[in-house]
Design a protein around this ligand. Sequence first.
Ligand SMILES: Nc1ncnc2c1ncn2[C@@H]1O[C@H](COP(=O)(O)OP(=O)(O)OP(=O)(O)O)[C@@H](O)[C@H]1O
Ligand SMILES: [Mg+2]
Length: 400
Amino acid sequence: MKSSRKHHGRLAAAEADTLRHAPERLYVGELRLTDFRNYATAKLSLDARPVVLVGDNGSGKTNLLEAVSLLSAGQGLRGRPYSELCRKTGAGGFAIAARVTSRHGEVEIGTGIAAGTPETATGRVVRIGGKEQSAGALADHVKLVWLIPAMDGLFTGPASERRRFLDRLVVTVDPKMRGPLGRYDRAMRQRNRLFQLREYAGALFAGLEEQMAEAGVAIAASRRDALERLTRLIERTHATRGDGPFPHAVLALEGTLESALEDRPATEVEDEFRHALMQDRERDRAASRALAGPHLSDLIVIHGPQNAPAPHCSSGEQKALLLGLILAKAELIKELEGVSPLVLLDEVAAHLDASRREALFAEILRLNAQAWMTGTDRDLFQPIAQNAQIWSVNRGKIGA
Ligand SMILES: Nc1ncnc2c1ncn2[C@@H]1O[C@H](COP(=O)(O)OP(=O)(O)OP(=O)(O)O)[C@@H](O)[C@H]1O
Ligand SMILES: [Mg+2]
């Protein structure tokens, strides 16, 4: 332990200055919460270094990570309805405000919902630099990747979770893809609704199937593109660094449109899919849902060094594989954007042995990422203590 402290001490001396205020980094400089989950009010002033949050179970560590995750597009790392985020004994509504330094410079971001917002409302208010914008606009300012305990079963659980993981990668690589993803989903739901309404009018179906075909092929193509980029990066890293502490993943897509795009042009695949939707209308009607399409695709993950499907690996191996995948994703974003994304790692350190933990910290420093890490045990973060900002969290209060 002693020698590692020394080693990281040296790192601190060499990098402390560049870590603190380098403008080419993405970091949260200030975070303020009002009535957010178990926080009545809270304020954190930060520099660009990694952030460590230490506190007992139930103190509010994951809640803070969730608040940070809402500084980007999407529904946050728990994906919960916004009404759930309002402090139970608060005035109703919640607010998150942050000063963020991104490649566009410093910007003030605010998001939340007002008191009195009906529980059924699905949107949130977003202000960037004082101007009201759509939540999607946040993607241009804040990129994030995260790893949370709920993702432990990613490889063994339902394909829907892997698809969400994949599509988050897709929209980080190409934020414009939020459009087709939303359009496909809406058109598919409306088509399902027509089945429920016992609607048979061909023209109604044809319009929606047209949209599904157009958006569906765009989705499948961008999944292939994003996965190819990630695969190239993983292969390159593996070729230069060999088998490191985090096993490399071999990735593949399983899906009819994704496979079709392997040997046919997009226009042809789009026509085929539209035709298939029309042909299979009665089959889908019997099931009350579309039984084929990119909403059923899956991401196949192989543990590279073992050459075994991820679900067959031990839980520790799966965790290391997943962490490697998240770090690769962060690296890919850094390559594309020029700056590292925020890396939110909830309870990750506790599940790694000492050498992997040190490797993780070294990787975070190499990425130059403002990583946000949580844990109940401060000692686990000792190797990165010199290079991080450590805060203790206690029942919705944040202290030094
Ligand atoms: N809307 C809300 N209003 C008030 N309290 C809430 C709300 N939502 C969650 N909480 C509470 O916030 C507390 C902290 O939750 P959080 O998940 O952040 O804990 P944690 O520090 O990550 O704990 P652990 O180490 O167990 O993961 C919990 O006790 C939870 O019940
Ligand atoms: Mg937690």
